[in-house]
Design a protein around this ligand. Structure first.
Ligand code: FAQ
Length: 331
């Protein structure tokens, strides 16, 4: 079915098919010609749904992603580290808001998306279901989690849907600062005492495999991959991005003097790539099914924040109403 994103009325099935096939061909031709799709353009309903799914999961990831690092704001080891971490966590909140706004251009209400998250029906990135046990975890999140996010998100700046692509440009600039602050924490720890270096290694040991899982299932199991690539929402497959990330990250670990926790890691000179051992996809599936180390804690924290924020939403609504009345009176 075809929709105007902001005017998504249902059409009778029998009147749709021939018209839809012609429109689908026209739509694909626009995509193939690298034209940007904008909110009020006609688009296949499946394209709209795919974008709502991906952008909202992305927004939820940014919001839930504030929690593992937020956990360390009060315990940052210096004022400088605290200021940088506060700014970073605030940025993640901002990214969530731009992304909810981008999803809203597809005709879905932000409140509905937030409700899906709070009811436990929406996905967010698997990585945020792991705990931050030491300060080195904050370094690893910046270095690797933001590093993986950038690898995935730079191509999204060229995604076919205009509002998503434009939101990603600013987000990527901020993620780049996040990645550098994380790498700098790691560098400081690795040049510090033996205990600090051991803490950095322990964090890398715990985060390496979950970070590789962030890129999503292997290509043959990626159920949306092919269609999203045809629509130029995705510019690279899950495995392609994972490989780019591995190739970029192994030399960084070597520079830090840290060992990647993979006895099978080797350089393949013919292909020019680093090859890892097998990823434990059963762990990924378990995390997605709600059985990761922190799934319950993360959702409970979001629900608590939502309940505790009810008075802010009420106050904002009351203020808007007051403004509206004042304007009516003045008119
Ligand atoms: N976790 O068919 P595919 C960040 C799901 S932001 C959970 O390959 P697709 C910033 C997938 O949704 C991190 N679920 O799916 C930050 C689908 O399930 P569904 C988030 C996952 O969409 C840093 C199913 O598996 N980034 O880190 C995951 O074509 C530091 C089948 O998968 C984005 O969201 C996963 N890791 O490709 C914040 C980027 N992977 O919906 C704080 C935008 C896959 O059918 C601190 N998203 N699934 O029920 C994307 O690029 C894509 O959606 C992929 C997945 C690549 C994530």
């Amino acid at each position: 079915m075809y929709t105007q994103a902001l005017n998504a009325a249902e059409t009778q099935p029998e009147t749709r098919s021939a018209e839809d096939a012609a429109m689908a061909a026209r739509f694909q031709a626009r995509i193939d010609a690298e034209q940007r799709i904008e909110p009020n353009d006609a688009m296949p309903e499946a394209y709209r749904r795919t974008l709502i799914r991906q952008i909202s999961q992305h927004a939820h990831s940014e919001i839930v992603g504030m929690l593992p690092e937020g956990n360390w704001i009060t315990r940052a080891p210096s004022l400088r580290r605290k200021a940088a971490l506060l700014a970073k966590v605030q940025d993640e909140g901002g990214h969530g808001l731009y992304l909810y706004a981008a999803a809203e251009t597809l005709g879905v209400a932000r409140e509905a998306l937030v409700e899906q998250l709070l009811r436990g029906e929406a996905k967010y990135s698997s990585i945020f279901n792991y705990p931050t046990l030491t300060w080195a975890d904050i370094g690893v999140i910046g270095w690797l989690v933001d590093g993986a996010a950038i690898m995935n998100q730079i191509p999204l700046c060229r995604c076919s849907y205009g509002p998503y692509a434009r939101a990603m440009i600013r987000i990527c600039k901020e993620e780049s600062f996040h990645q550098r602050q994380g790498f700098e924490i790691m560098l400081t720890l690795c040049r510090g005492s033996a205990a600090q270096k051991a803490m950095a290694q322990d964090a890398l040991d715990r985060w390496w495999w979950p970070v590789l899982m962030m890129f999503g299932p292997p290509d043959p199991e990626s159920r949306h991959g092919q269609q999203s690539s045809a629509w130029k929402i995705k510019r690279f497959s899950n495995d392609e991005l994972r490989q780019k990330f591995i190739d970029a990250t192994v030399p960084q670990a070597q520079f830090l003097g840290l060992a990647i926790p993979d006895p099978e890691l080797r350089f393949d000179p013919a292909a020019g790539h680093w090859r890892t051992g097998p990823i434990d996809w059963a762990e990924f599936e378990a995390v997605l099914a709600g059985h990761g180390p922190c799934n319950r804690e993360r959702l409970a924290a979001r629900r608590r924040a939502h309940e505790e924020g009810a008075w802010v939403r009420d106050a904002a609504r009351a203020h808007a109403e007051k403004q509206r009345r004042a304007k009516d009176l003045a008119a």
